[in-house]
Design a protein around this ligand. Sequence first.
Ligand code: GLU
Length: 295
Amino acid sequence: MRVRTLAVVLLAGGLALTACGKEGGPGDTGSAPAQTAVSDVKVDGSATFDKMKSRGRVVIGVKEDQPGLGYKDPTSGKFNGFDIEIAKLVAAQLGFGDDKIDYKAIPSAGREQALINGDVDYYVGTYTINAKRKEQVAFAGPYFTAGQDLLVKKSDSSITGKDTLKGKKVCSVTGSTPIQKVKSENLTEPENIVELQNYSQCVEQLEQGAVDAVTTDDAILKGYASQSPDTLKVIGKPFSKEPYGIGLPKDDKALRDKVNDILQAALDGDAWQKAYDSTLGKSNSTAEKPTLDRY
Ligand code: GLU
């Protein structure tokens, strides 16, 4: 009898979800019961959210070559890392389960344009919040704070910090804050700066001995070092603050407020900690919970 009652309830639930899906456009047909239904989510006045809703999917810009943060597993083709967990957590609260997410890998130099063009709905990929970028895009967060650091060969004892880079070949990425710092602080000579599209390309150059150091956020460099613990090391003296934000279209204040609410709830509950522990935190490092900057 009880089993039958349960079956009836489940069946009724299934029907209700189906009906809901039809009414609200291309909705979920009930595959993930714990999932917030997109039709129940309200983000009044958000053009971006309206677009996601009518598409029935969310398009998230990410990195694909940054182990521990945003990484596309070459075998499974699946994305993993802390940024991906944050991206998923936000998507889930907006009504999009994992099966309704499309990831788009966008390198550092392409982030602003991707958001401006509407190629992605939001971007989660080691994206430092700063005033210059705020002229073109908006940010929710920060959801993490990193610092610029150096990755070198394990055998190298000549590089010990940012002031020991003169005469050394230093690699970083176009459109990133670390390449800016190398240039503005003259950390090495202009002819010794190697500027590429992705950090994994810089790491390859380091492994081949074509450059002496790779510079970017410590969180990113630790991921590479953990993949080659016998040959690479992170110096471990961060020399900047890199608060990571979720990049959003500039004028969509409604979505920014909503994403900030989602992040705040994740920080207050255990979702943020779980995301961290299952990714970056695996290497025994701890991170301070950030305070949101609701500008
Ligand atoms: N967080 C820095 C930035 O946003 C460096 C990492 C990156 O290029 O994604 O520029």
